[in-house]
Design a binder for this molecule. Sequence first.
Ligand code: NAD
Ligand code: ZN
Length: 255
Amino acid sequence: MQTTIEQAARLFLEQDNILVITGAGISADSGLPTYRGVGGLYNTGQTEEGYAIEDILSIEMFERRPELTWKYLLELEKSSRGRRPNAAHEALAYLEKKKKRLWVLTQNVDGFHHMAGSEKLVEIHGNLHRLSCTVCEHEEERDDYIGLELPPACPQCAGLIRPQVTLFGEALPYEATRVYEREMNRGFDCVVVIGTSAVFPYIYGPVVEAARHGIPTLEINPDRTELSKIVRHFLPGKAAESMLAIRRIFEEANS
Ligand code: NAD
Ligand code: ZN
C-alpha cells in the first residue's frame, strides 16, 4: 500500500525494535551509482571484457585474474571517492541514538553508515576501506586506493592483498553473520527496507518473514521492487529526502 511520510514516521516513533535494511539506493543520494534500477552502473549487463560484473567480482576470477577483479574494485572505490554519507545515513545514525534498539543491515561496501556514526551496524558484504593479506595476518584501513599498485602486494610477505568485501561465490564474513543471526533471533517489531533490489535471501528474508507474521514493514524506493507487493507501507521516494522528512517529524514529536 502506498504510504505517506507521516505514516512512515509513525513507525519510527512507535516501534522500539527496528531493523533497517539498506542497499545501493541509499548511497545513490551521495552520488554513488547503483548496480541495478534507477541510475544503475550495470543495467546493460556486460563489462568491456565481455564478462558479467558478477563474474568479474567473483572469488573464482579473483583467484585466476586478480588484476581484473581489482580493476573493478578500483572503479567501485573511485565512484565513492570524495563522497560523503547523506541525510539518510545521518538520520539512521540519529534515530539509533534515540531508539531503544535500531539496527542497520547494509549490503553497501562504501562504509557510509559507519562514517555517519551508526554503531548497531552489520556490513554483511564487508567494507572496501579495509584491506587484508590473503597469505598472512596483515590488515590495513585505507581512505581510498590512491597510489595502490594493482594487484597490491602485502608489505610484510608480498602476498596478494584484497579488500574485506564479499565476492560473488564466497561465504559471508563470519563476524557479521554471527551478529546478524543473533539479532534476527532476538526479533524486531518493525522492518524497513531502503534502496535495494533485494536479490539475496538474507536481505529479502527478514522482510518476507515480518510481512508473514503481521509485523509492520516499510519500503522506501523511487521504483517498485519484488518487495513492494508484500510490504505494508510503500513510500515512493528517494532515500535522503524521505529520511530527512521522517527525521524532522520525529524531532518535532520529541521536542
Ligand atoms: P541494486 O543496485 O541492485 O538496487 C538499487 C536499488 O536502489 C534499486 O531498487 C533502485 O530503484 C533503488 N534506488 C535508486 N536510487 C535510489 C534513491 N535515491 N533512494 C532510494 N532508492 C534508490 O542495489 P543492491 O540491492 O544494494 O545490490 C546488491 C549489490 O550491489 C550488493 O552486493 C552491494 O554490495 C552492491 N553495491 C554496493 C554499492 C555501495 O556500496 N554503495 C554500490 C553499488 C552496488
Ligand atoms: Zn602478507
